[in-house]
Design a protein around this ligand. Sequence first.
Ligand SMILES: CC(C)(COP(=O)(O)OP(=O)(O)OC[C@H]1O[C@@H](n2cnc3c(N)ncnc32)[C@H](O)[C@@H]1OP(=O)(O)O)[C@@H](O)C(=O)NCCC(=O)NCCS
Length: 149
Amino acid sequence: MHLNTSDGNMEVDIKYDCSDVDWPAIAEMLQRVGMTHYEPHLHRKAFENSAVTVFIHHAGQLIGFGRAISDNAYQAAIYDVVVAPEFQRRGLGHFIINTILTRLPLCNVILYASPGKEGFYEKHGLRKMKTGMARFTNAEKMRARGFTE
Ligand SMILES: CC(C)(COP(=O)(O)OP(=O)(O)OC[C@H]1O[C@@H](n2cnc3c(N)ncnc32)[C@H](O)[C@@H]1OP(=O)(O)O)[C@@H](O)C(=O)NCCC(=O)NCCS
């Protein structure tokens, strides 16, 4: 399909299911943008157990993805939203978030933004939480990266 990006029309392939996903590429992209990454088989498990998944390919290459977990009733949480650096600021991130929010119309949706990316989510109507709490398995690393006090 053609995606109307900020710099014109871009030919992309959008997938909403987890068949034929290049799981090592998911891990590599997360690593490339400085986000927490795991062994490819763990990403596969996480995406396959998610309520909504979005994958964007261009010229056969994975260039963006995102996912949300949900009870499919009233709560959901967004994770692993990434656009490859060379394709950022063209509207692909907007497409990923918009797709996830549209597919979970009745749910409260929470997420924790990478420090500095809050503005991106505010553009989609999300607001900073005043009482968000988290137990991270890698607590010290997340504190050092600015996610917790
Ligand atoms: C965050 C990310 C997904 C945004 O994707 P993107 O394709 O560059 O975003 P878009 O081009 O769709 O931008 C949508 C809107 O958000 C704005 N925006 C994008 N990045 C932003 C940022 N870091 N801060 C504030 N606003 C931002 C854009 O200006 C645009 O606004 P507009 O609609 O008024 O023009 C992308 O930068 C990325 O993958 N970053 C590295 C991984 C990451 O941090 N992911 C988020 C984890 S919480």
